[in-house]
Design a protein around this ligand. Structure first.
Ligand SMILES: [Zn+2]
Length: 371
């Protein structure tokens, strides 16, 4: 939840007593800075300028800005406006709006002033402020940098600083997504409407069966799996994987191994245009007699509570008797994928298909008859 920026900013700017730093006072328009900078230069201060998005401020940013400040007396940071970030990173970015990004950057001791720019190139800002040093972070070739000519034209210098590896906003976003995924939550977004789910067993339905599968390199999609999932998604089903992974509880592989296989699976499916909404798994050994191992319905109950799912109209796709029993106990039709592991699996199934695409087609017909 994003706090309203005005309230934070007002609270901070009104508490500037006792010598406390006031980040808000460091935020200036480009025109304001253009008036301030000449006076600072006359006092003999070296002016440095750098720019960036600073979406999700992290240690790499702080270290880079401290290093930049060590080169100059006054460090000015120009943040890209929200519109300019969207133009080259897409509509999902920035995660943090400009006023808040500027406030955080201004909160760093290394930073003297913060401004913003909406242009793709820094030419206008550089010509307005004429910093002694134009400081860039990353793998830029100083000679190839187009701004370099602009800087040299007024007698400034361009400096390139290397950035610490592995620290980036993109890496943070990926880690947040991974954390959400591990919890079985794929962030449906606030107010997402409840829709029927296609609950899917993983091994033998989506992934080619390998006993105690835990190696990403052995992870392969079943024939018809991607096409079946695409069809179900097109018909409005949320795609929720529900899988028993007793190999974790029995010590054959770790939960990390399971996540690695899932990451590989999600990558393979993404290439096929399929996005899974959530993954639920039982890590327990059968001996534990837990409430989540299929044919128990614990995973389905949890998914129903946590995801925007409607039970009515949902279907369960599995290749085993345990899947068909779980579906029946949960009160939704079970659709058998493949021949089934027992005669009971075939008997309990409301429909079946030789692969997920065939099963999905049968399941959709069934939905129309039932509902
Ligand atoms: Zn369990």
């Amino acid at each position: 939840m994003r706090p309203p920026p005005e309230s934070i900013l007002d609270a901070r700017s009104s508490s500037g007593h006792g010598g406390a730093m006031d980040p808000q006072a460091k935020i200036k328009t480009r025109a304001e800075l253009a008036r301030l900078v000449p006076a600072l230069r006359r006092k003999g201060r070296t002016i440095g300028l750098t720019n960036g998005v600073f979406d999700l401020l992290h240690c790499g940013h702080a270290a880079y800005l401290a290093e930049a400040r060590a080169l100059c007396d006054v460090l000015i940071v120009s943040c890209n406006t929200d519109a300019s970030v969207r133009r080259y990173k897409g509509d999902a970015r920035p995660l943090v709006p400009l006023l808040e990004r500027q406030f955080l950057v201004a909160s760093l001791e290394a930073v003297s002033f913060v401004t913003s720019h909406g242009e793709r190139r820094m030419r206008r800002t550089l010509e307005a402020l004429k910093p002694d040093l134009y400081i860039k972070g990353g793998d830029y070739d100083a000679k190839a940098l187009t701004s370099r000519a602009v800087v040299e034209a007024y007698g400034g210098k361009t400096v390139i600083l290397s950035l610490a590896e592995g620290l980036s906003t993109t890496a943070l976003i990926n880690r947040a997504a991974e954390a959400a995924f591990r919890e079985g939550r794929f962030l449906p977004g606030p107010g997402a409407p409840r829709r029927p789910a296609a609950f899917l067993d993983r091994d033998g339905v989506i992934l080619a069966p390998v006993p105690h599968l835990h190696e990403p390199e052995k992870t392969a999609l079943m024939p018809g799996a991607a096409a079946g999932l695409r069809l179900l998604a097109r018909r409005g089903f949320r795609l929720v994987i529900v899988t028993n992974q007793p190999g974790i509880g029995m010590g054959y592989f770790t939960v990390e191994d399971f996540f690695r296989v899932n990451s590989r699976m999600l990558g393979l499916l993404a290439k096929e245009g399929v996005r899974i909404d959530a993954v639920y798994f039982c890590p327990h050994s059968p001996a534990l007699a837990c409430a989540c191992r299929k044919p128990a319905t614990g995973l389905l109950v949890r998914a129903l509570a946590e995801q925007p799912i409607a039970r009515r109209g949902s279907l369960f796709f599995g290749d085993r008797e345990a899947d068909m029993r779980a579906a029946r106990r949960f009160g939704i039709p079970g659709v058998l994928v493949g021949p089934g592991d027992t005669a009971a699996a075939v008997r309990l199934a409301a429909a079946h298909g030789r692969d997920l695409l065939a099963a999905a087609r049968r399941g959709l017909t069934l939905g129309r008859i039932v509902g």
